[in-house]
Design a protein around this ligand. Structure first.
Ligand SMILES: Cc1cc2c(cc1C)N(C[C@H](O)[C@H](O)[C@H](O)COP(=O)(O)O)c1[nH]c(=O)[nH]c(=O)c1N2
Length: 224
């Protein structure tokens, strides 16, 4: 076996993979307990240490504790969720309607991670050809926070059933700032063993072997 002096210790590696495999999207298991400010700061620091195109760091973090703002966002969710349900027919529609897809009021903190599309000026290193790389970078900040939260015993739920323009208005975002992720954060009663959508029979995890290709799409991987 190849070893590297740069690798983490076994325990550290186990911890990292545990966070990856036991991270869950949480909607129903939130506890009302307050997240201490130093813990929240650790999560935001983790997010802030994500990679970003040209070191653009396009993110801002809007920490939403007010019930008023959360009620406004919940009303926006209800409206969009109604529209989303209409896209399904029959049993699938009833199944969709039975799913809980947000924990906006039950979680003690909502967090909007935004992407400032103008940060770093008009020419950002690495963003010349693919302009969406600022959005990709911000997604990585979300994932860092999501994994760090799992390690802290804090659940995160991403709510994307929202109209972005309405959300921007509700949060007074400037024109050049995009509301990339609306997240619900809080301690939880439990983390489920599998994605809630899988547990509820909506969709299962695909097999990795069907997703790995060699050289070109559809070719078997030659790893022998
Ligand atoms: C960009 C994006 C957007 C959403 C989500 C995720 C991501 C990455 N997910 C959570 C999603 O359903 C969940 O990640 C998968 O079902 C897999 O479950 P685990 O995250 O592994 O628990 C999500 N969940 C939900 O209940 N309401 C939502 O609006 C969304 N939106």
């Amino acid at each position: 076996m190849t070893t590297s002096n740069n690798a983490f210790s076994d325990a550290e590696r186990r911890g990292l993979y545990r966070a990856i495999f036991e991270r869950r999207d949480v909607r129903s298991q939130f506890l009302p307990d307050r997240i201490p400010p130093d813990v929240l700061t650790r999560l935001l620091e983790a997010a802030h240490h994500a990679p970003s195109v040209g070191f653009m760091q396009p993110w801002d973090f809007i920490v939403i504790e007010s019930r008023d703002v959360r009620e406004t966002v919940l009303a926006m969710f209800e409206q969009e969720n109604q529209k989303a349900a209409e896209r399904f027919e029959g049993e699938r529609k009833a199944h969709y309607r039975s799913l809980k897809l947000q924990g906006i009021m039950e979680s003690p903190i909502n967090l909007c991670i935004t992407c400032d599309r103008s940060r770093g000026g008009p020419h950002v290193l690495g963003r010349n050809s693919i302009v969406e790389t600022d959005l990709f970078s911000t997604c990585l900040a979300v994932q860092n926070l999501w994994l760090a939260a799992r390690a802290e015993g804090i659940g995160v739920g991403w709510v994307s059933i929202l109209d972005q323009e309405q959300l921007s208005t509700a949060l007074s975002l400037p024109e050049h700032v995009y509301p990339l992720a609306y997240l619900c954060l809080g301690y939880v009663s439990e983390f489920l063993d599998q994605p809630e959508l899988e547990a509820k029979g909506w969709r299962s995890r695909l097999s990795l072997s069907e997703l790995v290709h060699g050289d070109k799409w559809g070719q078997p991987l030659n790893n022998g």
